[in-house]
Ligand binder design. Structure first.
Ligand code: HEM
Ligand SMILES: CC(C)=CCC/C(C)=C/CC/C(C)=C/COP(=O)(O)OP(=O)(O)O
Length: 332
């Protein structure tokens, strides 16, 4: 199935990758885990369900959907559809995260970032996780069917299936461009938010989808550079493993510039100069980071900087979408 050669991992010299139990979403799991011999702990179960649903990632998905809703005409009048849309996306996004982890416990065990996840450590069974995914998805479908419209329901289902099935099962193990196409699922929420209110598609939310779509590679590949040895060990053909670090840094720069350019389109569409200013400045910083990442010699400093760029990518997307709301509130 794999047509891409994965470089064998060099001896791991770095204290750069997160320590065991210190994944971005797994820090607390690591701590709780050491107490898990003490019988059933509801707090631990709740935390595991939170991790399984990738709740922190989902929170940004929901935020981008909320911005799609706020930008739609007459959002306040349709507040019930707005609420149903956000709840549906949160539940369906969570189901996508659970499906992803049901497929990948073996892979997760090989990566320090993910080895303390509930399925990887066997605290939750595949069957239990599948029941959880079905419950989340059933709730999402019920709420979206009741409170929104068929287009919103179909787009949300496409997001869950696109991430939980197409990306996880087919793209991720087979091509280094997995996240470019897989990112489309995670890019849909601003459009889903818009359709929840209007029931139709328009240019502005499509540009907002394009924005998250082109942002995703520059969001993820710096982390993949940082975690490349673990990806190689797990035989996942991520770009730094198949095409090397230099090519990956070049692609990060391409996508950072593309994201900067696409981020300016909404300013032209809406005439919103507050957003335009925020997009220009925060995008220039992102491109600056990509340039510095490219210039650094390979080694611990570059690995550390790659992780900083990954962290900034999240703040950057949050800033852009906050800028869109600010502009709408202040300029109208
Ligand atoms: C295929 C597309 C994507 C890939 C491969 C990807 C990959 C990742 C990875 C591997 C992490 C680290 C998670 C962890 O350690 O548990 C992460 C974190 C994160 N991602 Fe993405 N991501 C993608 C799309 C998105 C999208 C579309 C959004 C939101 C719009 C997003 C928002 C976030 C956030 C907020 C975090 C931080 C989570 C935390 O702090 O725990 N990602 N991403
Ligand atoms: C509209 C809708 C419902 C969309 C759902 C889409 C969704 C949940 C996208 C999240 C993207 C994400 C967390 C990728 C992680 O990649 P990975 O799985 O390779 O990372 P990992 O190594 O941390 O598991």
């Amino acid at each position: 199935m794999k047509s891409h050669m994965i470089a064998s991992p060099p001896n791991d010299p770095d204290g750069l990758l997160p320590a065991a139990g210190a994944s971005l979403t797994g820090t607390v799991t690591g701590k709780l885990d050491r107490r898990s011999g003490n019988g059933f702990q509801p707090g631990l179960l709740l935390h595991d369900l939170w991790i399984l649903a990738k709740a922190r990632v989902v929170s940004l998905l929901v935020f981008t959907a909320a911005v799609g809703e706020i930008l739609a005409p007459h959002a306040l009048i349709h507040w019930q559809a707005a609420l149903a849309g956000l709840l549906g996306i949160a539940l369906a996004g969570g189901a996508g995260g659970v499906l992803n982890q049901i497929v990948e416990p073996d892979l997760d065990q090989h990566m320090r970032r993910t080895l303390h996840r509930p399925l990887a450590e066997g605290r939750i069974s595949r069957r239990g996780a599948m029941i959880y995914a079905i419950l989340l998805m059933s709730a999402a479908i019920t709420i979206l069917a009741w409170g929104t419209n068929p287009l919103t329901l179909v787009l949300t289902l496409a997001g869950t299936v696109g991430y939980g099935v197409v990306y996880t099962l087919y793209l991720k193990p087979s091509t280094p461009w997995n996240i470019v196409w897989g990112g489309l699922a995670g890019a849909l929420p601003p459009l889903i938010g818009w359709t929840a209110i209007t029931g139709s598609i328009a240019a502005l939310p499509v540009v907002l989808v394009l924005l998250v779509f082109v942002w995703t590679p520059a969001h993820f590949w710096p982390l993949a550079i940082n975690c490349r040895r673990d990806y190689a060990k797990a035989c996942i053909p991520m770009l730094p493993c198949t095409h090397g670090i230099d090519r990956t840094r070049q692609e990060v720069l391409h996508y950072a510039v593309l994201t900067w350019a696409v981020s300016l389109i909404p300013a032209f569409l809406t005439g919103d100069w507050i957003y335009g200013g925020i997009a220009w400045l925060s995008g220039a910083w992102f491109v600056g980071m990509a340039l510095r990442l490219k210039a650094l010699p390979e080694g611990p400093e570059m690995d550390q900087y790659a992780r900083s760029m990954f962290a900034y990518s999240i703040s950057y997307l949050f800033l852009l979408y906050t800028g869109l709301i600010l502009g709408r509130l202040l300029i109208g």
